[in-house]
Design a protein around this ligand. Sequence first.
Ligand code: NAD
Length: 355
Amino acid sequence: MTKKIVVIPGDGIGKEITDSAVAVMKKTAAKHSLNLEYDYKDAGGTAYDKYGVPLPDETLNACKAADGILFGAVGGDKWDSVEPALRPEKAILGLRKGLGLYANLRPVKVADSLTEYSPLKQELVKGVDLVIVRELVGGIYFGEKCESEQHNGAERAWDLENYSVPEVQRIAKLAFETARLRRCKVTSVDKANVLATSRLWRRTVAEVSEAYPDVELNNLYVDNTAMQLAVKPTQFDVILTGNIFGDILSDEAAVIGGSIGMMPSASIGELTSLYEPIHGSAPDIAGKGIANPVGTILSAAMLFRYSLKEEQAALDIEKAVDDALAAGWRTADLWHEGFKKADTEAMTQAILDNI
Ligand code: NAD
């Protein structure tokens, strides 16, 4: 059966890095006898220039019918003066909303050959292999808010945090399923000593965990988690958390890896899911052919794992990346004396050669 993949290169380095990832997907699919069809669509500034909107209906509709979406990046100085509602970055919010992407998965894996790039001591990051499962469409970011009101003679503003049991159940199930593909350990992160939403979160996660007796569950307060990520990041397998805590912790965890160009992500929906590197469109290096394609290639591996349920294909891509790095290949963002310098094409080829 043919599976449909929508590819959205976007702006800046988007085309270069998605070209690399699609080349890796094609070779991997051929190896595993998978039939994939690629449909290219516009979003971001590129779409604004052509159609006057950052997310054309045609793109959203194609995504709704896709088995998986590979996304490059959007944005750039060229569109800085465009009115806020039509800015390239609005395409991402439109896709999240239009596709019901309720969870964000951010793996942080530090290959042995890359420990030197981490701001933490090498012995602390060796072996780090965790994934943050963040709730993406609820919590305080989407609650009722008040920009300004008078209260007891002073101006104040407020944002309301709320979570329902079904919202927590849905994300918790995803975290337990994700753990089953890994080392079977979930750490649920909240602030249950202070927040009512966190107490409902903790109770609901415990109930969901009863269906996963093979997965170990423990609870940690968010402040302690922030500290533990810096002092012993190897203790984590799957970190399950809400929208605002996940936003902050995923950026903290990302720097442990040391390079923004290496990090993949997935935004999971009930109908389809979207895969993209965590970095932006890097306008400063766009068109030079020197962008690091690894974050996008590892995002493609996640597409095989979570949307196509092809675990071995995902593992093949991840190993091909590890082997290319272990062989000494580095793009300009990571290169220093003693390594083999690769542009985007050479890095991609080094990875393709390992598949
Ligand atoms: P950025 O991630 O694009 O770049 C930050 C720095 O990292 C730059 O020096 C860049 O050259 C470097 N970099 C990023 N990815 C790289 C790669 N693959 N290889 C080598 N170097 C890489 O962040 P920014 O400069 O703050 O934002 C640029 C544009 O991207 C803005 O318009 C921003 O709104 C947008 N943006 C988009 C997304 C997205 O599409 N999901 C995410 C973040 C930022």
